[in-house]
Design a protein around this ligand. Structure first.
Ligand code: UDX
Length: 435
């Protein structure tokens, strides 16, 4: 099939590569000429494992993937357009301006398109948006009717950063929200390579809700683990023993039950905020989720508290921070607990050296936007810990396992998966009984 992906961020680039991998002819659309240029050279503009190799093959060798600035032309040249633009958080609410812009553009293109075209909302949007915003604009700008002249589908993405390429090629589940059989059939054909057991067929608004229900459940589960770990700290219990034991119960499962300095990233924080707001607007508040947001917001402080408890005040100390991305294997530092920790330490007059295998550039940019310019960004973990009086490791990059034995000062880790603190006298972890 011929497919266009509108918006060439994480979701667009990875899904476009996945679709071209399965033999479709794919066009990526973006408004940024630099991105389009880079993609046409087979170079991704994000860091995601396996993406560069895949793009090189699809763009340069097989020539089944290309990028363009021309949305109209892309819609005319394809059978399906997937909207993959961002839906950022704007003061706790979802910002739909990119979605609206794209819906207008696709609508205008549909006006002069003869063949049936399916428009798919892949971006995360609060329930009601596909019908009340996207479809209204599509119909208004095309002068056509959904379900008759063109198809509308909501197909949420469930990609995990760091393993997004793998997730797009071998998804756990595919949710198709449609309102007519023809669109459903075309979408099933687009995913012809996937087994039937992976699919959930629902209405458009339910598909939107599924995405939020899934992400807010996982964020709640992590927050549950974090509060239990905080309690275990206070009560002198090893949180790992408790969380692993309850995770062994099949009804609970060990997934997303690891405690840490709080969840971050481009999805959980913004999605939980957006659905909390949607609940408030509809007079059906999500009281549990309101607390999840509040608890997660201060969870990073537990790592600092742990350090203060062991070392006394850490104000004006020399601190090494290892790990800036919100999780390992990604360059994404959005909503990363590490940046919250840095902001706090800067306010305490600490002298900070920071290192991250991938997240340095974005961290620097984001911190500078907040006028935090005092951080020294180092080229290696070794340089980062040199002369430090204490080391904080908020993100569990596997490569830090090697540096931990070489550190001689107190070291505070956010995730127990990194090392077993029992093995090192200088290592302290969240949810680990006090020594
Ligand atoms: C998430 C969802 O998993 C994905 O389905 C959705 O489409 C986008 O958001 P992602 O943000 O890439 O994906 O990261 P994920 O691996 O799910 O982790 C999210 C955050 O939770 C990270 O900050 C991670 O460190 C934290 N986490 C995760 C924990 O603290 N404990 C856990 O047990 C699991």
């Amino acid at each position: 099939m011929k497919i266009s992906f509108v918006g060439s961020g994480y979701v667009g680039q990875v899904n476009a590569a996945g679709a071209a991998h399965y033999g479709h002819e794919v066009i990526l659309v973006d408004i940024d000429p630099k991105k389009v240029d880079s993609l046409n050279k087979g170079i991704p503009t994000i860091f995601e494992k396996g993406l560069e190799g895949l793009l090189q093959e699809l763009v340069l060798k097989k020539k089944t993937l290309r990028a363009t600035l021309d949305l109209q032309q892309a819609v005319h040249a394809t059978d399906i357009s997937l909207i993959c633009v961002g839906t950022p958080d704007k003061g706790g609410m979802i910002d739909l301006s990119y979605i609206q812009q794209v819906a207008k553009g696709i609508g205008e293109a549909l006006k002069t398109k003869e063949n049936y075209h399916v428009v798919v909302v892949k971006s995360t949007v609060v329930p009601g948006t596909s019908l009340n915003t996207v479809n209204v604009l599509l119909e208004q700008y095309s002068g056509k009717k959904a379900g008759i002249d063109f198809g509308l589908c909501m197909n949420p993405e469930f990609l995990r950063e760091g393993v997004a390429v793998e997730d797009s090629i071998h998804p756990d589940s595919i949710v198709l929200g449609t309102q007519d059989e023809k669109t459903k059939k075309i979408m099933r054909e687009m995913y012809a390579w996937a087994e039937e057991s992976k699919f959930t067929y629902v209405g458009i608004t339910a598909a939107e809700a599924i995405k939020y229900a899934k992400n807010s459940f996982l964020a709640t589960k992590i927050t549950f683990a974090n509060e239990w770990a905080n309690f275990c700290d206070a009560a002198g219990i090893d949180a790992k023993e408790v969380l692993e034991a309850i995770g062994a119960d099949r009804r609970i499962s060990p997934m997303f039950l690891r405690n840490g300095p709080g969840y971050g990233g481009s999805c959980f924080p913004k999605d939980v905020n957006a659905i909390v707001h949607a609940g408030q607007v509809r007079h059906s508040p999500f009281r549990i989720l309101e607390e999840v947001v509040a608890v997660n917001h201060t969870q990073y402080l537990h790592l600092i508290d742990l350090a203060q408890e062991k070392m006394g005040s850490i104000a004006r100390r020399k601190v090494g921070i290892l790990g800036l991305s919100f999780k390992p294997e990604t360059d994404d530092t959005r909503e990363s607990p590490a940046l919250r920790i840095i902001s706090y330490l800067v306010s305490q007059g600490c002298e900070i050296k920071a290192y991250c295998p991938q997240g340095m550039e974005m961290a620097k940019e984001m911190l500078e936007e907040r006028r935090i310019t005092e951080v020294n960004y180092m080229n290696s973990a070794e340089e980062c810990i040199k002369d430090a009086e204490l080391v904080l490791i908020p993100t569990d990059w596997a490569e830090f396992k090697e540096i931990i034995p070489k550190i001689t000062v107190p070291t505070f880790i956010g995730h127990r998966s990194l090392v077993n603190p029992d093995d090192y006298a200088h290592v302290y972890a969240l949810g680990y009984p006090k020594r």
